[in-house]
Design a protein around this ligand. Structure first.
Ligand SMILES: NC(=O)C1=CN([C@@H]2O[C@H](COP(=O)(O)OP(=O)(O)OC[C@H]3O[C@@H](n4cnc5c(N)ncnc54)[C@H](O)[C@@H]3O)[C@@H](O)[C@H]2O)C=CC1
Ligand SMILES: O=C(O)/C=C/C=C(\O)C(=O)O
Length: 494
């Protein structure tokens, strides 16, 4: 590894009450870089003491100046947070790149700008959304006025995954703060960087101490579980695996705390023969391989209408083989590594299962040859399979890697049936020039989000979330307000 690419080993501390603090226990765990497995940090492992301290800080903040700010004052501060993220853009890009190993271009054009955008959109939403009111008749004829106000829920526990750390964390922190809550974030143990950096941003712009807190740690029997079980946490918002969601839902049941979940997916792409072929290939390339396939909205099942099946498979193979795994700083790099050696084991086990279950391996299926220190990183080849029945493991289970299975179909009804044949219900992409069909099919797919002739085209005002085992609730625009506030009705006899 060249010296300019080496990173000093960092110390990731908790951010509680506006201070960066070490764990009382002194316990830390290692953060290794996905590109070359080099040690890049020691993360303080939060225990009950740190969670208790964060809850105290957050509850105190809810009694302090934060609670007395007008919406205008609060949202002005959130605009400053967004501006400060933009001012420290390079630091955020570097932190996220070190944590995830994904290419700089993706950080610069998508994931980091979204961190700033999340603060602006929710500042705008809370300023502009009205609540309902009714004029109510009464027997004396004078009537009554009913109106609703929104009040913050209190302290929100925010539990985050590793695949788009800043984007997914701020998607929850921004609306929570815009609504006047305080938050305690438990970032993924794989990606401590940007949540920690955001603490510096909060202090720099004058967010009152205790409004934004970060406790690092693991999930079960560690900071994650302690946070979700804490009676001082009013509600829990979580993005991550469906299995973890089930554990958190049980923890939330004590104290009847509300939960909002964005969970796993096994998303289908439906490619009709009348599609714009190049656009369908381009979109499918992104939806299968972006972020090395570690996108909850990504496509791991492609269904292609039979007349274009062979051409589609051949073209996708050619494009997948042209992807360039490499160092995130190299502009030519188009594919990053998986997040960790452990996750690579999981993805490779599916590559193995696909073979064992009789797949035709169109391309990939193994580990690419990487030179120098990159040889130690958690790389896998982009992989395409055909020929498996719908019962095969790689067709049914979420893999979260750069891979997909492609199946031919012969009718619209069959395509709909295949897309819906899953326990998940997060997203779908439909590729067709027939817009009547697009509307018809979209309405029949049991998912939270359908894209037609596009993928991951986001308008932050729209409802975002999953059906079936892909989630509970919707966040985005006004829908986030439903979770991060209580609606309080006031009835005034006139
Ligand atoms: N629907 C959506 O919007 C998205 C869903 N995901 C899903 O996230 C998964 C990948 O992320 P991972 O970090 O591996 O998920 P994960 O569920 O393993 O971990 C997510 C977070 O939960 C914490 N955690 C684990 N067990 C816990 C427990 N018992 N109590 C409290 N906290 C606990 C972890 O420490 C981590 O911070 C994939 O399944 C993916 O589909 C990822 C991004 C978006
Ligand atoms: O756009 C969103 O709000 C969510 C995006 C999800 C990802 O980026 C992901 O899972 O990687």
């Amino acid at each position: 590894m060249s010296s300019e690419r080496s990173t000093a080993v960092r110390d990731f501390r908790h951010f509680i009450g506006g201070e960066f603090i070490a764990s009382e226990s002194g316990k830390t765990f290692e953060k290794r870089r996905p590109t070359d497995n080099a040690l890049v940090g020691h993360i303080h492992e939060g225990g009950q003491a740190e969670v208790d301290a964060a809850v105290r800080a957050a509850r105190d903040a809810m009694q302090g100046p934060w609670s007395r700010m007008t919406v205008e004052q609060r949202t002005a501060l959130l605009y400053k947070v967004a501006d400060e993220i933009t001012r420290r853009f390079d630091d955020f890009v570097a932190a996220e790149m070190a944590d995830t190993g994904q290419p700089r271009s993706m950080m610069e054009h998508a994931f980091i700008p979204r961190g700033a955008a999340n603060f602006k959109i929710f500042a705008d939403v809370v300023k502009n959304v009205a609540t309902e009111s009714f004029q109510t008749p009464t027997p004396d004829g004078a009537g009554a006025l009913n109106y609703a106000i929104r009040v913050p829920k209190g302290v929100i526990g925010v539990i985050c995954p590793w695949n788009a750390p800043l984007l997914l964390m701020t998607w929850k922190v921004a609306p929570a703060l815009a609504c006047g809550n305080a938050v305690i974030v438990k970032p993924s143990e794989e990606t401590p960087g940007t949540a920690t950096l955001l603490g510096e941003v909060m202090n720099a712009v004058g967010i009152p101490k205790g409004v934004y807190n970060v406790v690092h740690g693991l999930g079960p029997n560690s900071a994650g579980e302690f946070l979700t079980r804490h009676s001082g946490v009013s509600a829990i918002t979580f993005t991550g695996e469906t299995r973890t969601g089930a554990a958190i839902m049980k923890a939330g049941a004590d104290g009847i705390r509300d939960v909002s979940f964005e969970l796993g997916g096994k998303n289908a792409g439906l490619v009709f023969a009348d599609c714009d072929f190049d656009a369908a290939i381009e979109g499918s390339m992104r939806s299968v391989f972006l972020n090395c396939g570690q996108v909850c909205l990504g496509t791991e099942r492609l269904y292609v209408e039979r007349p274009i099946f062979d051409r589609f498979v051949a073209t996708l193979k050619e494009r997948a083989e042209a992807l360039k795994p490499g160092h995130p700083e190299d502009r030519a790099t188009t594919l990053g590594p998986l997040i960790s050696q452990e996750h690579r084991q999981k993805v490779l086990s599916y590559y193995e299962k696909a073979r064992a279950e009789g797949a035709t391996v169109v391309t990939g299926g193994g580990i690419p040859e990487m030179s120098g220190d990159l040889g130690q990183g958690s790389w896998v080849q982009p992989t395409i399979w055909t020929g498996l029945p719908e019962t095969a493991s790689v067709v049914r289970e979420e893999i979260f890697g750069p891979c997909c299975h492609i199946t031919p179909f012969d009718s619209e009804d069959e395509a709909v049936r295949l897309a819906n044949d899953t326990q998940y219900g997060l997203s779908t992409a439909i590729w067709t020039r027939d817009l009547s069909r697009a509307h018809r099919v979209a309405a029949r797919i049991d998912v939270g989000i359908t894209w037609v002739n596009s993928w991951f085209l986001r308008d932050l005002r729209t409802p975002f979330g999953g059906s079936k085992q892909s989630g509970i609730g919707r966040e985005g625009g006004v829908h986030s307000l439903e979770f991060y506030t209580e609606l309080r009705n006031i009835c005034v006899k006139l």
